[in-house]
Ligand binder design. Structure first.
Ligand code: OSB
Ligand code: MG
Length: 369
């Protein structure tokens, strides 16, 4: 493959509803949209999931732009590749970290590769599922009543798993009330690193509510304390922030730091590495699900493709476009029916990027050739 041109765009979309986690509130969504073009005028697309502020992890829109512009794009434009796997395995390997920046560029190359081969991206990745199960991530709200109403609405829409964001003080009472009203729904909690082992008694109370899992309760960079915690809980621990690579996953499984992993393609440096973690977890019978980062439709399309792999056995966070955006930038937008999304069978990501809408939401852009 020879990439002739890369276009970076900084887009800003308004979120329909603010999204609050233990680390802060998002009102809108700034992100980098990456387009790569070949000689035949075909385009591949992906988005970076780095946020405006370094609160989820250390990457930001600006650090990604810098790494893309000054390192990754020049490497891509100056090298011919046979397969997208070569990016993370060799060409980008000497650039430390910056996984979200790498994933964004690699993702666009994967889409283009699949289009050149006339495959769907899901098929190019080895995915076999034609439909994927989806859940929903519900942020911290002003009241438990409001949370209960949202759960009720999503339940009616068919969502198959309900993830509640928690933090100290918005946890035991919340889960207790939800379980009183919905004793049997597939329920889980995501702390985004809001606790330490000193909170063990509080976390042990949550162990009594038949949660599917508790996601990233402890520090964003920890796999040692999580192993201690997992040994004391019957509820599976799921790691999100702590897993950046195949090596991280291997070590976490060896230590018993978790029983489930949330894969975010951006957090692990792209689709190639995501697939490697998938294969390792499948070998160890560790179930996976695909996390979300409030993506636009382009990122959602990539999430749908990776989720079609066989070991994504738990419902993910890739919900319908209409829960986030007044209008999405892809046609058609992502829709959920009976808690499932159909995996597109057309080439590449399987959704058309709407250039007019992209232009409307673009703050600035730059062309590299
Ligand atoms: O921890 O999974 C997370 C959003 C932003 C940053 C981190 C997380 C999330 C979500 C939202 O949970 C998932 C989504 O709806 O896209
Ligand atoms: Mg999470």
């Amino acid at each position: 493959m020879k990439i002739k041109q890369v276009i970076l765009r900084h887009l800003k979309l308004d979120l329909l509803h603010p999204f609050t986690t233990s680390f802060g509130t998002e009102y809108d969504k700034d992100f980098i949209l990456v387009e790569v073009k070949n000689d035949d005028g075909l385009s591949g697309w992906a988005e970076s999931v780095a946020m405006l502020d370094p609160h989820y992890n250390e990457e930001t829109v600006k650090t990604n732009w810098h790494i893309l512009e000054d390192y990754l794009i020049p490497i891509l434009l100056n090298n011919e590749i046979d397969h997208p796997d070569q990016l993370s395995e060799t060409l980008f390997a000497h650039i430390r970290g910056n996984y979200m920046a790498k994933a964004a560029l690699e993702g666009a190359v994967w889409d283009l590769y699949a289009k050149e081969q006339n495959f769907s991206l899901a098929h190019a990745l080895g995915g076999t599922r034609e439909k994927i199960d989806v859940g929903v991530s519900i942020g911290i709200k002003d009241s438990i009543e409001e949370t209960l109403e949202i759960i009720g609405a999503r339940l009616k829409e068919g969502y198959k798993r309900f993830k509640l964001k928690i933090k100290p003080g918005w946890d035991v009472e919340l889960i207790d009330r939800v379980r009183q009203i919905y004793p049997d729904i597939p329920l889980m909690a995501d702390a985004n690193s809001a606790y330490t082992l000193e909170d063990i008694n509080r976390l042990a109370v949550l162990d009594n509510y038949n949660l599917m899992m508790i996601e990233q309760p402890l520090a964003h960079n920890d796999i040692i304390d999580h192993a201690d915690l997992q040994a004391k809980l019957k509820t599976p621990v799921c790691l999100d922030e702590s897993i950046h690579s195949l090596e991280d996953a291997r070590k976490a499984l060896k230590l018993g730091s978790c029983k489930i992993i949330n894969i975010k393609v951006g957090r692990v440096g792209g689709l190639t590495q995501a697939r490697k973690i998938h294969d390792l977890c499948e070998k160890h019978s560790v179930p996976l699900w695909c996390g979300g980062m409030l993506e636009s439709g382009v990122g959602r399309a990539h999430n749908i493709a990776i989720t079609s792999l066989s070991n994504f056995t738990l419902p993910g966070d890739t919900a319908a476009s209409s829960l986030y955006w007044a209008e999405d930038i892809i046609d058609p937008e992502v829709t959920v029916e009976n808690g499932t999304i159909n995996v597109p069978q057309t080439t590449g990501i399987g959704f058309e990027v709407n250039r007019e809408k992209v232009d409307n939401y673009t703050l600035y852009s730059k062309v590299f050739r």
